[in-house]
Ligand binder design. Structure first.
Ligand code: AMP
Ligand code: FES
Ligand code: ZN
Ligand code: ZN
Length: 298
């Protein structure tokens, strides 16, 4: 039986790539400290900022919300009711449960009431549901953060997500995307600041955190879950990680440290301007959400 390196209590929690055994109590302390270090390293926000945590009801974003509040940050929740039946009901239920145990508000936006349901949009839009959903989520998360007076939006993207995206973009040398892959996207031009404080913690670490803290979360994926590709990449990365623990963290951290700065040289501003219809930021004339509105009414 392994023992906690801090208090020597026998424990089943072991983190291979950090070679750490920790009891439940010290695991929580270690995890929160890791999140705090990431926040400081990337200067994500301070205790004076009001943070809106975009929650999905999954383990990552709920772990994030719990950790931020435990660390003393002013962090409230925001969830979009996507209208995906049981999946959305369960997601809102578990997020509301965490909100009451944290004593923080959860803002809920009903997409169907305030816009169109994703399923309705899909009837007139040929793109995969996931990309429609992503576009709509990005737009309304940003819009609501501004409306509700939050300076920063935090999402639950974890190390595994970041590594999978990094690998895909590296395999095709998609420099435009690589240039923007950073855990902090600055505010400005109508965007609030967007940050990923879990970019250095793995899916497994987040799962352990919610389990140890007995936070209920939605275990299953959304009914339109991203196709097999990202899952296949994650499997491949996991195999590499098992052969050589630390590969994921090294690949991502060294990209941020060595490659990301090189990619910023000589880059001009992206030319974002207000959408001609709604005034929200876009790189075209009319934003993606207003284009959806036009399709729906046309
Ligand atoms: P996904 O794109 O589903 O992998 O989710 C990435 C992040 O987006 C999550 O960690 C959450 O922070 C946020 N998110 C996902 N779904 C929702 C939702 N329905 N409402 C608000 N935020 C969400
Ligand atoms: Fe948007 Fe699954 S959560 S398609
Ligand atoms: Zn201990
Ligand atoms: Zn618009």
């Amino acid at each position: 039986m392994r023992r906690c390196i801090k208090c020597k209590t026998p424990t089943g929690i072991f983190i291979p790539h950090h070679k750490l055994s920790l009891c439940k109590e010290h695991y929580v302390e270690w995890y929160q400290q890791r999140v705090e270090t990431t926040i400081r390293k990337f200067r994500m926000f301070t205790r004076d900022d009001r943070i809106l945590v975009a929650v999905s009801g999954g383990k990552d974003s709920l772990a994030l919300w719990h950790a931020l509040v435990s660390l003393g940050y002013e962090a409230d929740g925001f969830i979009i009711d996507l209208g995906f039946g049981q999946f959305s009901e369960d997601s809102i239920h578990v997020s509301q449960k965490l909100a009451s145990s944290l004593g923080r508000p959860l803002h809920v936006m009903d997409l169907n009431k305030e816009f169109y349901s994703i399923n309705e949009i899909k009837k007139k839009d040929r793109r995969p549901i996931c990309s429609i959903c992503g576009t709509v989520k990005r737009y309304f998360i940003n819009l609501y953060a501004k409306k509700l007076g939050y300076q920063v939006v935090a999402t639950g993207h974890n190390l595994d997500d970041e590594v999978a995206v990094l690998l895909v973009n590296t395999l095709s040398w998609n420099v435009e995307y690589l240039r923007r892959q950073y855990p902090v996207l600055k505010e400005g031009n109508g965007f609030v600041r967007k940050i990923k404080p879990l970019c250095k913690t793995t899916e497994m670490e987040n799962r352990t955190y919610v389990e140890v803290n007995e936070i209920e979360f939605v275990e299953y994926r959304c009914p339109y879950s991203k196709g097999a590709t990202s899952i296949e990449y994650k499997k491949f990365i996991e195999d590499l990680e098992n052969t050589s623990p630390g590969t994921k963290l090294r690949f991502y951290s060294e990209f941020l440290r060595k490659v990301y700065p090189l990619l910023q040289k000589g880059v001009e501003d992206q030319g974002v301007k207000p959408c001609k219809v709604c005034g929200e930021p876009t790189s075209g004339e009319v934003c993606a959400v207003c284009l959806i509105k036009q399709k729906m009414s046309g």
